[in-house]
Design a binder for this molecule. Sequence first.
Ligand SMILES: CC(=O)SCCNC(=O)CCNC(=O)[C@H](O)C(C)(C)COP(=O)(O)OP(=O)(O)OC[C@H]1O[C@@H](n2cnc3c(N)ncnc32)[C@H](O)[C@@H]1OP(=O)(O)O
Length: 172
Amino acid sequence: MSTKKFARESAVIMTEMVLPNDTNTLNNLMGGKLMHWMDVVAAIAAQKHSNSIVVTASADNISFQQPIALGNVVTLKAQVTRAFNSSMEVFIEVTAEDIPANKKVMTHRAFFTFVAVNENNKPSRIPELVPETPEEIENFEGALRRRQLRLVLAKRMKPEDAVELKSIFNLD
Ligand SMILES: CC(=O)SCCNC(=O)CCNC(=O)[C@H](O)C(C)(C)COP(=O)(O)OP(=O)(O)OC[C@H]1O[C@@H](n2cnc3c(N)ncnc32)[C@H](O)[C@@H]1OP(=O)(O)O
């Protein structure tokens, strides 16, 4: 297995149309349906980086600030921001487009974490990720702090060990 891969190699774009079965009683996209699409597009990005089976370990907060209407075309872009040992963070950006009205808006951004697993469902080592563009470098650098925050919240890391996270609050 190659030990390094570029961030761009994991990029995935998925397009869906909001159909009646995807909506709530207000004719807007169900939040759970959107989260399902986000999980799928992000899992594909994680698979592309790791060349492995992946499982969702966590999804960071997703806020629903504006509804996505029946008939809108939803585009989900996903790309791995950083790889750790067996886990990787994936950034997902969602846009909704009303094509007849020529209106397109960015509706959601979120970070999901996936873990590569082997045939025995045990976490397995993944390639290092190399960021290239300024945006990829910014996401790569922030990923360590976000990882520490989610591991502290999941009680998998002691707050005092979250060194990079603490440094942004000047707690030392
Ligand atoms: C695509 C899908 O929808 S899959 C279905 C939904 N997902 C699942 O069913 C996954 C169920 N969970 C699991 O199988 C396990 O908890 C796993 C594989 C995620 C972790 O397994 P563990 O035995 O706890 O492994 P371990 O403690 O060694 O952690 C493995 C990695 O997961 C990371 N991890 C574990 N929990 C979390 C979490 N809540 N948030 C972020 N990362 C996490 C760890 O930091 C570690 O990362 P690293 O190897 O890069 O340092």
